[in-house]
Design a protein around this ligand. Structure first.
Ligand code: NAP
Ligand code: ZN
Ligand code: ZN
Length: 348
């Protein structure tokens, strides 16, 4: 099916209209008319080949929410008219030790990512949600709580699950002190989730203008990470720190805040390798970890939690043709706190 999309053709070309092909739905596929797609910083890293493995043209977008318009004969979870969402994964081997534990994102056979992944049906690469529609196996399609604003729910599919998964894995909850570093798309969901899970929640930000929002979003305390005296007050006190920063920064300064046997988990992916001094993890014994998005079951669990607790993202709705400006604003940390594309603007 010919489908309108927005693509980058090279690391330096702005995103622009581009025609792609979607497959006809197979027995277990759902065809989704995309209503909203969130703008993740990973989209920008990919569009500009900042991680070095982008295949062009690339159609970014992995925070997809839309309406089911067609289902294959074997589909049981969805019917035409339902809301449905798709995150960073559209398939995996489904049989390896990780897939069978619900950790499809770590599939040893190679998960198929929503864009810039190998398209096993049409050949070439997969194309993401900056497009009119998408066709995805129902096993990788998520149910959206109907009480949430659909535009504000879309970024849960990446920003939400990427912070939810490590918070749950390292058992953020009552009695735990949790730090979230960076108040962007991921960070603002990290703050909301850490608070909702019952942890003492501290936001670290470089932006004085975000202090009040940090508190409003749920942080018990907000620390300006450039203020060394304020940082020192928290030395050696955190059970868990989740680092969402997308650019070069000091890991040593953050690790100093972690307590004995506590963990600092990187989820942000600065393009350049980040250094850390061995003593930062040695004295006292500390863990440096990482976490990638989340599995399908865990993503549904997170969405259901958001439905029950009325949690969604703080968004600014943009038109598709505003995407290049949105990327520049994201780099200036001028986003509160997630851009979401109104996909009607691509269709019209
Ligand atoms: P974002 O909205 O741009 O937020 C990043 C935040 O990091 C900024 O708002 C800013 O917060 C802080 N920051 C930026 N530059 C900084 C610097 N030089 N020093 C210190 N702080 C800085 O990005 P996002 O969409 O949340 O994504 C964040 C990162 O996570 C990206 O690298 C993205 O690729 C990655 N990611 C990883 C996964 C995964 O599975 N692990 C999934 C999705 C995204 P303040 O203004 O508060 O300082
Ligand atoms: Zn993402
Ligand atoms: Zn697998």
């Amino acid at each position: 099916m010919p489908t309108k999309a927005y693509a980058a053709q090279s690391p330096t070309s702005p995103l622009a209209p581009h025609a792609i092909e979607r497959r006809q739905p197979r027995a277990t596929d759902v065809e989704i008319d995309i209503l909203y797609c969130g703008v993740c910083h990973s989209d920008l890293h990919f569009a500009r080949n900042e991680w070095g493995f982008t295949q062009y043209p690339v159609v970014p977008g992995h925070e997809i929410l839309g309406r089911v318009v067609r289902v294959g004969a074997g589909v049981t979870k969805f019917k035409v008219g339902d809301l449905a969402s798709v995150g960073c994964l559209v398939d995996s081997c489904r049989t390896c030790a990780h897939c069978t534990q619900g950790l499809e994102q770590y599939c040893t056979g190679g998960a198929t990512f929503t864009y810039n992944g190998e398209d096993k049906h049409l050949g070439g690469m997969t194309f993401g949600g900056y497009s009119e529609k998408v066709v995805v196996d129902e096993a990788f399609t998520l149910k959206v709580p109907t009480n949430l604003d659909p535009a504000a729910a879309a970024p849960l599919l990446c920003a939400g699950i990427t912070t939810w998964s490590p918070l749950k894995h390292w058992k953020a909850g009552p009695g735990k002190k949790v730090g979230i570093v960076g108040l962007g798309g991921l960070g603002h969901m990290g703050v909301k989730f850490a608070r909702a899970l019952g942890a003492h929640t501290v936001l670290f930000t470089t932006s004085p203008s975000k202090v009040a929002d940090g508190l409003r979003l749920g942080a018990h305390e907000v620390v300006l990470s450039k203020d060394e005296a304020a940082m020192a007050k928290h030395a050696g006190s955190f059970d868990l720190i989740i680092d969402t920063v997308s650019a070069d920064h000091s890991l040593d300064a953050l690790m100093a805040l972690v307590k004995l046997d506590g963990t600092m988990c990187m989820v942000g992916v600065p393009p350049a390798p980040q250094q850390i001094a061995a003593f930062s993890v040695i004295l006292p014994r500390r863990n440096l970890a990482g976490s990638g998005i989340g599995g399908i079951g865990e993503t549904q669990e997170m969405l259901d939690f958001c439905g029950v607790h009325g949690i969604a993202c703080d968004i600014e709705l943009i038109r598709m043709d505003e995407i290049n400006t949105a990327y520049e604003r994201m780099l200036r940390q001028d986003v509160k706190y997630r851009f979401v594309i109104d996909m009607a603007s691509l269709k019209g």
